[in-house]
Design a protein around this ligand. Structure first.
Ligand SMILES: NC(=O)N[C@@H](CC(=O)O)C(=O)O
Length: 420
């Protein structure tokens, strides 16, 4: 196995130093190491994404475990959690093991499958949570993402069930009766455009219900893609009471607003929808404060025919793995400790994922990424490694370039290019 020395690197924004990688771990020395000139580059623990759609099995035309893993590595990630809304749905030990094995074969990031909460994401009957937990994939997080577990009794049962193995239910918070026919955020812009609205309260009502359920049964709830200022307030109160709840926000909800829907370009159609500038402001503050624990991409690749059509017929979702860190840098600035915490340390901790999100001390597994904060990049969809092109940032200049990524000491990205 090769050794590397990252010469003159700044670890988490600290003074320039040499970082040695040997036998897959951070080391105090590495004789005969390959030298990487890392002057001006910042080393972060490899990013960990709690919310990625890899589309395999079923929609390999939009993404595969391998292409999504490559996009992740290029974005600075060393671990991603793959959502269960595949076809077939990841609701059995067989499917989660398949995804897990495909991830190992690709060998670019650690792919951790998320299991479905209900059979077929249909919201009627609990899936085989225990069998997925004890499978080779060792599933800890369960989600019907794309759909809300709307039935409160089923949600309660799921929360109770996963307590046995310290599992987590990750909820897509959307009261379905309040979002029937919804096309975008319900507000001034939807009224102007004449599009059916997705009201903020549809998210907030489910989060409020679920924090009470989680508190009642003493279990762990994680809230996917929080998008409104009101949700932040519900979470703030729940956390103050000691409820075991964590939450994520996507890069796009930290940057973009519902005004973009006025273009009628379906690239801006996403679930939950882009909200108002005051929601964006509240989400940023909540992330800095820690009321929202982590940034998760909700990388949602879609084939051309599902996106390049009329707004009403387009699928919701945006690709995000390759632009997440640049977007977060543009929002937070070079607050490296905060970025490492919200994009690596805390997601790894929530998921109980060892070896990721470390402080890069001697002896830690060498899961890390090198960023050039001075570089600027104009996003070109044609250059994305993802099999899909539905980025909302085409033509936008974003700060920061991911120069290299290492997975257990093996480079997956060098000179900004995927190694394999
Ligand atoms: N986030 C999205 O807009 N889309 C997700 C599922 C979903 O949450 O609707 C997808 O799988 O495409």
């Amino acid at each position: 196995m090769s050794s590397f020395v990252l010469r003159g690197v700044s670890v988490l924004g600290g003074a320039p130093t040499d970082l040695f990688i040997r036998d897959g771990v951070i080391s105090s020395e590495a004789p005969d190491a390959e030298i990487i000139d890392a002057a001006g580059l910042v080393a972060l623990p490899g990013l960990v994404d709690l919310h990625t759609h890899l589309r395999e099995p079923g929609r390999e035309d939009a993404e595969t475990v391998e292409t999504g893993s490559r996009a992740a590595a290029l974005g600075g990630y060393t671990a991603v959690f793959a959502m269960a809304n595949t076809s077939p749905v990841a609701d059995t030990a067989g499917v989660v093991e398949q995804v897990w094995r495909l991830g190992r074969e690709a060998g670019l990031v650690d792919v951790q499958p998320i299991g479905a909460v209900t059979v077929g994401l249909a919201g009627k009957q609990l899936a085989e949570l225990g069998a997925m937990a004890t499978s080779a994939a060792g599933v800890r997080i369960f989600s019907d993402d794309g759909f809300c577990v709307a039935d409160p009794r089923l949600m309660r049962r799921a929360l109770e069930y996963v307590k046995a193995f310290d599992g987590i239910i990750a909820q897509h918070a959307e009261e379905p009766r309040l979002t029937e026919g919804a096309q975008m955020h319900e507000g001034e812009v939807s009224t102007r455009l004449g599009l059916t609205g997705w009201p903020a309260v549809a998210e907030e009502a489910i989060i409020a219900r679920d924090v009470l359920l989680a508190e009642h049964v003493g279990s762990r709830l994680h809230v996917c893609h929080v998008s409104t200022a009101g949700s932040v307030e519900v979470l703030r109160q729940a956390k103050a009471r000691g409820v075991r709840v964590t939450a994520e926000v996507t890069p796009h909800h930290l940057l973009l607003t519902d005004e973009l829907a006025a273009s009628y370009d379906p690239v801006f159609k996403v679930n939950p929808p882009l909200r108002t500038a005051s929601d964006v402001h509240a989400l940023r503050e909540a992330l800095i404060e820690g009321v929202i624990d982590v940034v998760a991409t909700d990388h949602a690749p879609h084939a051309v025919e599902d996106k390049e059509c009329e707004w009403a017929y387009a699928r919701p979702g945006m690709v995000g793995l390759e632009t997440a860190l640049p977007v977060v840098l543009s929002v937070l600035g070079e607050r490296w400790e905060l970025i490492a915490d919200r994009m690596s340390r805390t997601p790894a901790k929530i998921a109980g994922l060892t070896g990721h999100g470390t402080d890069l001390a001697v002896g830690s597994p060498a899961n890390l990424t090198l960023v050039d904060p001075s570089a600027r990049r104009v996003v070109d969809p044609a250059e994305l490694a993802s099999r899909s092109r539905n980025t909302p940032y085409a033509g936008t200049t974003l700060p920061g370039r991911i120069v290299a990524t290492f997975l257990r000491g093996v480079p997956t990205v060098l000179d900004g290019k995927a190694v394999k």
